[in-house]
Design a protein around this ligand. Structure first.
Ligand code: ISE
Length: 325
């Protein structure tokens, strides 16, 4: 049986999720689309049901599972509504914009006794990152000591404000570094003034690894995400930014995409298909759980709170409830 999915939000990511559900998902189909603008919702929905009220979509009996790609500020409340109705939800990152709200989501899931939430930290489904994790797990580069991350956007999205380079962009590195290393982040130091671009953030893990990340929201030249894992016996890193190399006019080169959608297209498709499989089987995927989403938001919030001081932040995050073991 095909799962009827409702998508909330039709911005860059909502439109891509709609496309993936229409063209590249096995076992599910697009059933409804919601956007505050009825015209935008209608344009994305095609023949499907249109909503302008997200709660109406979540409560609709024509929708069995929900994808949330609305603005960050409403993620937490919409996820809570999905848990209340008992509907599985794939929520774009971040899970919520405050630690308190993200923890409410964890508590709601624990109270329900059922894991209904997957958070869209899609790098966990990106083939280069998967290969790096596999190599780390089989000891291919020896004991990991450093993970270098680069996260550059050509220009910050127009909806960027405040500390979003941490709460909206760097959250990817918090999540993917935990997942890739199999370690927990214990402290951080930010080597730049609040609001500066680029930011340089170093974290330490509970296994003694160092994670360095440059977050550059206005690098000008293209969307560029790179990671290199340094082990005591070698290194492994993500390869070229493009999928082809060109020889032309005396040059050998590759090109950068404008944003994250082309770079992570395959990851988004794999993420959606894994989520649908989890919805059908009830077995959670390797995707980020509500606990992972909570941890990431909590760490980001603690980094932001101490950014103005040139000091190390030691994270305090509490302990993981058993349903996330
Ligand atoms: C954006 O919101 C994303 O999620 C992208 O994956 C990230 O690379 C970008 O920096 C964010 O602004």
């Amino acid at each position: 049986m095909s799962v009827a999915v409702g998508v909330i939000g039709t911005g860059v990511m909502g439109s891509e999720h709609v496309r993936i559900l229409r063209e590249e998902t096995v076992g599910a189909h697009l059933a409804a689309v919601c956007d505050a603008s009825e015209d935008r919702a209608r344009a994305a929905a095609g023949e499907n049901r249109v909503f302008t009220d997200a709660l109406a979509l979540i409560n609709s009996d024509q929708v069995e599972a929900v994808v949330i790609a609305a603005p960050d500020a409403v993620h937490g409340s919409l996820v809570l509504a999905c848990i209340e109705t008992g509907k599985p939800v794939l929520c774009e990152k971040p899970l919520a914009v405050t630690t308190a709200e993200a923890f409410e989501v964890v508590e709601a899931e624990v109270a329900k006794g059922q894991r209904l939430v997957q958070v869209g930290y899609m790098r966990r489904f990106d083939p280069p990152y998967i290969e790096m994790k596999r190599v780390r797990e089989v000891g291919g580069v020896g004991r990991p000591v450093i993970l270098h991350n680069v996260h550059r956007n050509p220009v910050a999205p127009e909806w960027f404000s405040g500390h979003m380079s941490v709460t909206n962009a760097f959250v990817h590195e918090i999540d993917v570094s935990r997942w890739l290393l199999g370690s927990e982040m214990v402290s951080a130091r930010v080597h730049a003034a609040p609001g500066a671009d680029p930011l340089m953030i170093t974290m330490e893990t509970d296994q003694g690894e160092i994670v360095s990340t440059e977050v550059f929201m206005n690098c000008g030249y293209g969307y560029h995400v790179h990671a290199q894992l340094v082990g005591i016996n070698g290194t492994i890193e993500t390869a070229s930014p493009g999928i082809t190399l060109r020889n032309v006019s005396g040059q050998h080169n590759s090109s950068y995409p404008d944003n994250w959608v082309p770079r992570f297209r395959e990851a988004y498709v794999r993420q959606m298909n894994a989520w649908v499989k989890a919805v059908k089987t009830g077995v959670p995927t390797d995707g980020a759980s509500a606990w992972d989403g909570y941890l990431t938001t909590a760490i980001a919030e603690q980094i932001v709170a101490t950014m103005a001081f040139d000091a190390k932040t030691h994270f305090s995050v509490g302990s993981r409830p058993a349903i996330y073991d």
